[in-house]
Design a protein. Structure first.
Length: 276
């Protein structure tokens, strides 16, 4: 990923879309965090605790940096489910309260409206961005282990195909910073859920002989979801950045506790040059 800084704010950009004039994708960081404060210093987690005034200020700073009004930046209230929200003209006609209500219980967003920013908030879970390069459709997906088990990424690709005539061979996919397989230890019950959901455990998990515990590779699980849906392997970018290891740079619920901040991974459509 490419690190850029503007107005004192660090953003990471995916190489896949960095030079694309039609789309802007980004990941925020903790932006010079204080080690003794799990919410410092650029928390955007509206639903994970923290100071609401600080979150509003951070959102405003992000808005200034990317050049999009805060009213056009949409953060769903994620619940580790598989419900997908569509940001269309009907949604955009809602008042603010109705928009907030419509985003409740949503773990992925899809839109084709320019200058509308869709984001997901994470702190170890896997953020996935999708971009239909021909029809100009984008998606932001929150794929924690429960969402991955529920095949939320594949469902998003299917929604894009059904609603916007997306062809999978024209999709770029970006898997953002999240917990790495070496750090994602799980119990046998989680392994059983992945098995029953149809995953090939030989490809997405391994047994740690020292702890006698299984680890799951959520990066590979979601990459397989994409390739099984027809997205070319060459068009899938994986950041390879582990939030648990790099907890001073990214929020990590496993490392800092669930009561900690959240960073965002977002994307929007634009007809102008977006790389800094």
């Amino acid at each position: 990923m490419i690190s850029v800084e503007r107005e004192g704010l660090e953003l990471l950009q995916f190489e896949s879309t960095y030079l694309d004039d039609d789309v802007f994708s980004f990941v925020t960081t903790r932006n010079k965090a204080k080690n003794d404060d799990p919410y410092s210093s650029f928390n955007l987690g509206l639903y994970s605790g923290g100071n609401r005034d600080e979150i509003s200020r951070n959102l405003k700073q992000l808005s200034n940096v990317i050049g999009i009004s805060p009213e056009n930046i949409f953060l769903p209230h994620q619940v580790h489910g598989v419900k997908i929200g569509i940001i269309d003209e009907d949604f955009m006609s809602f008042d603010a309260d109705s928009k907030t209500k419509a985003l409740n219980g949503i773990d992925a967003l899809i839109t084709n409206i320019p200058f509308v920013v869709i984001v997901v908030t994470t702190a170890d879970c896997v953020p996935v961005l999708l971009y239909d390069t021909k029809n100009k459709v984008i998606a932001a997906v929150h794929a924690g282990w429960r969402g991955t088990v529920g095949h939320i990424v594949r469902q998003c690709v299917e929604h894009m195909s059904l609603l916007y005539k997306t062809r999978v061979e024209e999709v770029k996919a970006m898997i953002g910073p999240s917990i790495s397989p070496g750090c994602f230890e799980v119990g046998d019950e989680v392994i059983d859920i992945f098995r029953s959901s149809g995953y090939d455990l030989a490809r997405i998990s391994f047994l740690n002989r020292d702890s006698n515990k299984y680890h799951i590779n959520l990066w590979e699980a979601n990459r397989l979801e994409l390739t099984n849906a027809g997205v070319p392997h060459s068009q899938i970018e994986i950041s390879q950045l582990c939030t648990y290891t790099l907890f001073d740079r990214f929020y990590s619920a496993r490392r800092l506790s669930v009561s900690s901040g959240r960073f965002v991974t977002g994307i929007y459509l634009s007809g102008q040059k977006n790389h800094f």
